[in-house]
Design a binder for this molecule. Structure first.
Ligand code: Z5A
Length: 211
Protein backbone atom coordinates (compact mmCIF):
# COMPACT_ATOMS: atom_id res chain seq x y z
CA UNK A 1 0.00 0.00 0.00
CA UNK A 2 1.04 3.64 -0.34
CA UNK A 3 1.97 3.88 3.33
CA UNK A 4 4.41 1.04 2.81
CA UNK A 5 5.95 2.66 -0.29
CA UNK A 6 6.47 5.91 1.63
CA UNK A 7 8.38 4.18 4.40
CA UNK A 8 11.86 5.60 4.75
CA UNK A 9 14.84 4.46 6.76
CA UNK A 10 16.04 6.18 9.91
CA UNK A 11 19.33 8.01 10.30
CA UNK A 12 20.72 6.89 13.63
CA UNK A 13 24.00 8.41 14.86
CA UNK A 14 26.19 7.27 17.74
CA UNK A 15 28.57 9.81 19.21
CA UNK A 16 31.01 9.95 22.09
CA UNK A 17 34.62 10.00 23.15
CA UNK A 18 37.22 7.61 21.87
CA UNK A 19 36.69 4.17 23.52
CA UNK A 20 33.12 4.93 24.64
CA UNK A 21 31.97 1.80 22.81
CA UNK A 22 30.32 3.30 19.70
CA UNK A 23 31.83 0.86 17.25
CA UNK A 24 30.86 -2.14 19.39
CA UNK A 25 27.30 -0.90 19.81
CA UNK A 26 26.86 0.09 16.15
CA UNK A 27 27.75 -3.49 15.19
CA UNK A 28 25.39 -4.99 17.75
CA UNK A 29 22.53 -2.73 16.70
CA UNK A 30 22.96 -3.55 13.02
CA UNK A 31 22.93 -7.29 13.79
CA UNK A 32 19.83 -6.89 15.93
CA UNK A 33 17.94 -4.94 13.25
CA UNK A 34 19.03 -7.39 10.54
CA UNK A 35 17.72 -10.19 12.75
CA UNK A 36 14.35 -8.47 12.70
CA UNK A 37 14.42 -8.44 8.92
CA UNK A 38 14.81 -4.66 8.70
CA UNK A 39 16.93 -3.15 5.91
CA UNK A 40 19.93 -1.60 7.65
CA UNK A 41 23.55 -0.66 6.96
CA UNK A 42 26.49 0.24 9.18
CA UNK A 43 28.22 3.50 8.22
CA UNK A 44 31.07 5.38 9.83
CA UNK A 45 32.79 8.72 9.53
CA UNK A 46 35.46 9.30 8.58
CA UNK A 47 34.87 6.99 5.62
CA UNK A 48 38.52 6.20 4.99
CA UNK A 49 37.83 4.49 1.63
CA UNK A 50 37.38 7.62 -0.50
CA UNK A 51 40.21 9.81 -1.79
CA UNK A 52 39.35 12.44 0.84
CA UNK A 53 39.06 9.69 3.46
CA UNK A 54 42.58 8.53 2.65
CA UNK A 55 43.90 12.05 3.27
CA UNK A 56 42.08 12.11 6.61
CA UNK A 57 43.42 8.70 7.56
CA UNK A 58 46.97 9.73 6.77
CA UNK A 59 46.51 12.84 8.95
CA UNK A 60 45.06 10.81 11.84
CA UNK A 61 47.99 8.41 11.67
CA UNK A 62 50.37 11.39 11.89
CA UNK A 63 51.80 10.66 8.45
CA UNK A 64 50.81 14.07 7.11
CA UNK A 65 50.39 17.49 8.68
CA UNK A 66 47.50 19.82 7.86
CA UNK A 67 46.35 22.99 9.53
CA UNK A 68 43.26 22.76 11.71
CA UNK A 69 40.93 24.51 9.26
CA UNK A 70 41.99 22.31 6.36
CA UNK A 71 41.43 19.01 8.16
CA UNK A 72 38.10 20.30 9.47
CA UNK A 73 36.91 20.99 5.94
CA UNK A 74 38.15 17.59 4.74
CA UNK A 75 36.14 15.81 7.45
CA UNK A 76 33.12 17.84 6.35
CA UNK A 77 33.74 17.15 2.65
CA UNK A 78 33.96 13.45 3.51
CA UNK A 79 30.36 13.67 4.76
CA UNK A 80 29.22 15.78 1.80
CA UNK A 81 30.60 13.27 -0.70
CA UNK A 82 28.37 10.60 0.91
CA UNK A 83 25.29 12.83 1.26
CA UNK A 84 23.49 11.85 -1.93
CA UNK A 85 24.03 8.13 -1.35
CA UNK A 86 22.81 8.61 2.22
CA UNK A 87 19.64 10.32 1.01
CA UNK A 88 18.96 7.61 -1.58
CA UNK A 89 19.43 4.82 0.96
CA UNK A 90 17.12 6.49 3.49
CA UNK A 91 14.45 7.21 0.87
CA UNK A 92 14.63 3.60 -0.28
CA UNK A 93 13.84 2.42 3.24
CA UNK A 94 17.30 1.51 4.54
CA UNK A 95 18.10 2.53 8.09
CA UNK A 96 21.66 3.77 8.54
CA UNK A 97 23.51 3.27 11.81
CA UNK A 98 26.35 5.78 11.72
CA UNK A 99 29.45 5.75 13.91
CA UNK A 100 30.29 9.51 14.32
CA UNK A 101 28.86 12.40 12.28
CA UNK A 102 28.95 16.21 12.21
CA UNK A 103 28.97 16.43 16.02
CA UNK A 104 32.39 14.76 16.07
CA UNK A 105 33.46 17.17 13.35
CA UNK A 106 32.55 20.23 15.39
CA UNK A 107 33.57 18.87 18.82
CA UNK A 108 37.05 17.80 17.79
CA UNK A 109 37.85 20.98 15.85
CA UNK A 110 36.37 23.28 18.52
CA UNK A 111 38.59 21.49 21.05
CA UNK A 112 41.58 22.83 19.14
CA UNK A 113 40.28 26.35 19.63
CA UNK A 114 38.36 26.90 16.38
CA UNK A 115 35.15 28.90 16.67
CA UNK A 116 32.09 26.65 17.07
CA UNK A 117 29.98 28.56 14.55
CA UNK A 118 32.79 28.48 12.01
CA UNK A 119 33.01 24.72 12.56
CA UNK A 120 29.26 24.24 12.14
CA UNK A 121 29.00 26.26 8.91
CA UNK A 122 30.19 23.60 6.42
CA UNK A 123 27.97 20.98 8.10
CA UNK A 124 24.80 22.98 7.43
CA UNK A 125 22.55 21.22 4.91
CA UNK A 126 23.76 17.70 5.56
CA UNK A 127 20.93 15.33 6.49
CA UNK A 128 19.78 15.77 10.09
CA UNK A 129 19.79 12.53 12.10
CA UNK A 130 16.49 11.14 13.38
CA UNK A 131 18.25 9.96 16.52
CA UNK A 132 21.53 11.00 18.14
CA UNK A 133 22.76 8.71 20.90
CA UNK A 134 25.54 10.16 23.03
CA UNK A 135 27.50 7.47 24.83
CA UNK A 136 28.54 9.25 27.98
CA UNK A 137 31.79 8.25 29.65
CA UNK A 138 34.41 10.24 31.52
CA UNK A 139 37.71 10.65 29.67
CA UNK A 140 39.50 8.94 32.58
CA UNK A 141 37.27 5.90 32.45
CA UNK A 142 37.51 5.66 28.66
CA UNK A 143 41.29 5.77 28.91
CA UNK A 144 41.22 2.72 31.20
CA UNK A 145 39.73 0.63 28.38
CA UNK A 146 43.11 -0.04 26.85
CA UNK A 147 46.06 2.17 26.15
CA UNK A 148 45.55 4.82 23.54
CA UNK A 149 47.02 3.99 20.17
CA UNK A 150 49.22 6.05 17.95
CA UNK A 151 46.48 8.09 16.33
CA UNK A 152 46.24 11.82 16.80
CA UNK A 153 43.65 12.89 19.45
CA UNK A 154 44.13 9.71 21.50
CA UNK A 155 45.38 11.61 24.56
CA UNK A 156 43.62 12.19 27.86
CA UNK A 157 44.01 15.98 27.94
CA UNK A 158 42.59 16.36 24.46
CA UNK A 159 39.70 13.96 25.17
CA UNK A 160 38.78 16.15 28.17
CA UNK A 161 38.44 19.13 25.85
CA UNK A 162 36.34 17.06 23.43
CA UNK A 163 34.02 16.01 26.27
CA UNK A 164 33.51 19.71 27.07
CA UNK A 165 32.84 20.60 23.42
CA UNK A 166 30.21 17.87 23.16
CA UNK A 167 28.43 19.45 26.17
CA UNK A 168 28.20 22.73 24.28
CA UNK A 169 26.71 21.03 21.21
CA UNK A 170 24.32 18.72 23.00
CA UNK A 171 20.62 19.63 22.74
CA UNK A 172 17.44 18.28 24.31
CA UNK A 173 16.82 15.83 21.47
CA UNK A 174 19.98 13.82 22.17
CA UNK A 175 19.54 10.56 24.01
CA UNK A 176 22.33 10.20 26.54
CA UNK A 177 23.33 6.70 27.63
CA UNK A 178 25.69 5.91 30.48
CA UNK A 179 28.48 4.22 28.54
CA UNK A 180 29.97 2.71 31.70
CA UNK A 181 27.07 0.26 32.00
CA UNK A 182 27.45 -3.33 30.80
CA UNK A 183 27.56 -4.01 27.07
CA UNK A 184 24.23 -5.86 27.28
CA UNK A 185 22.39 -3.12 29.18
CA UNK A 186 23.59 -0.49 26.74
CA UNK A 187 22.67 -2.74 23.82
CA UNK A 188 19.10 -3.08 25.12
CA UNK A 189 18.70 0.66 25.68
CA UNK A 190 19.92 1.40 22.18
CA UNK A 191 17.66 -1.24 20.63
CA UNK A 192 14.64 0.35 22.26
CA UNK A 193 15.53 3.84 21.07
CA UNK A 194 16.28 2.60 17.56
CA UNK A 195 13.01 0.70 17.19
CA UNK A 196 10.98 3.69 18.39
CA UNK A 197 12.77 5.91 15.89
CA UNK A 198 12.40 3.52 12.96
CA UNK A 199 8.70 3.23 13.78
CA UNK A 200 8.07 6.98 13.91
CA UNK A 201 10.36 8.43 11.27
CA UNK A 202 8.55 7.31 8.07
CA UNK A 203 5.97 9.98 8.85
CA UNK A 204 8.62 12.69 8.98
CA UNK A 205 10.34 14.14 5.92
CA UNK A 206 14.12 14.25 5.83
CA UNK A 207 15.41 17.51 7.23
CA UNK A 208 18.64 19.45 7.05
CA UNK A 209 21.14 19.81 9.83
CA UNK A 210 21.56 23.21 11.52
CA UNK A 211 19.39 25.15 9.05
N1 Z5A B 1 37.03 12.92 13.97
C1 Z5A B 1 37.14 14.29 13.75
O1 Z5A B 1 38.06 14.93 14.27
N2 Z5A B 1 36.25 14.92 12.95
C2 Z5A B 1 35.22 14.26 12.37
O2 Z5A B 1 34.43 14.88 11.63
C3 Z5A B 1 35.10 12.85 12.61
C4 Z5A B 1 36.02 12.22 13.41
C5 Z5A B 1 33.99 12.08 11.97
C6 Z5A B 1 38.87 8.79 14.16
O3 Z5A B 1 37.67 8.23 14.50
C7 Z5A B 1 39.09 10.12 14.81
O4 Z5A B 1 38.56 11.16 13.98
C8 Z5A B 1 38.41 10.26 16.13
C9 Z5A B 1 37.53 11.49 15.99
C10 Z5A B 1 38.03 12.21 14.79
N3 Z5A B 1 39.46 10.49 17.08
N4 Z5A B 1 39.44 10.22 18.28
N5 Z5A B 1 39.58 10.06 19.34
P1 Z5A B 1 37.47 6.66 14.54
O5 Z5A B 1 35.99 6.46 14.43
O6 Z5A B 1 38.30 6.00 13.54
O7 Z5A B 1 38.00 6.24 16.00
P2 Z5A B 1 37.18 6.21 17.34
O8 Z5A B 1 35.82 6.70 17.18
O9 Z5A B 1 37.98 6.92 18.31
O10 Z5A B 1 36.97 4.68 17.59
P3 Z5A B 1 37.30 3.65 18.66
O11 Z5A B 1 38.63 3.71 19.25
O12 Z5A B 1 37.01 2.46 17.86
O13 Z5A B 1 36.30 3.82 19.87
P4 Z5A B 1 34.80 3.35 20.06
O14 Z5A B 1 34.22 2.97 18.76
O15 Z5A B 1 34.05 4.35 20.81
O16 Z5A B 1 34.86 2.10 21.03
P5 Z5A B 1 34.89 0.50 20.78
O17 Z5A B 1 35.92 0.16 19.75
O18 Z5A B 1 33.53 0.00 20.57
O19 Z5A B 1 35.32 0.05 22.24
C11 Z5A B 1 36.60 0.42 22.77
C12 Z5A B 1 37.02 -0.65 23.82
O20 Z5A B 1 36.15 -0.62 24.94
C13 Z5A B 1 36.98 -2.09 23.28
O21 Z5A B 1 38.04 -2.81 23.86
C14 Z5A B 1 35.63 -2.60 23.81
O22 Z5A B 1 35.61 -3.99 23.98
C15 Z5A B 1 35.54 -1.88 25.16
N6 Z5A B 1 34.14 -1.61 25.56
C16 Z5A B 1 33.13 -1.17 24.78
N7 Z5A B 1 31.99 -1.05 25.49
C17 Z5A B 1 32.29 -1.38 26.77
C18 Z5A B 1 31.53 -1.46 27.99
N8 Z5A B 1 30.24 -1.12 28.01
N9 Z5A B 1 32.16 -1.84 29.09
C19 Z5A B 1 33.48 -2.17 29.08
N10 Z5A B 1 34.27 -2.14 27.96
C20 Z5A B 1 33.67 -1.75 26.82
Amino acid sequence: NSEHVARRGALIVLEGLDRCGKTTQCGRLVSFLEGRGLPVEAWRFPDRNTAIGKMISSYLMNNTQLDDQTIHLLFSANRWEKRLLMENKLRNGTTLVVDRYSYSGVSFSASKGLDVNWCKAPEKGLIAPDLVIYMDISPEEAAKRGSYGIERYEQLDFQKKVAHSYQILRDATWKVIDASLSLELIENLIQELALETIESCPKMPLSSLWI
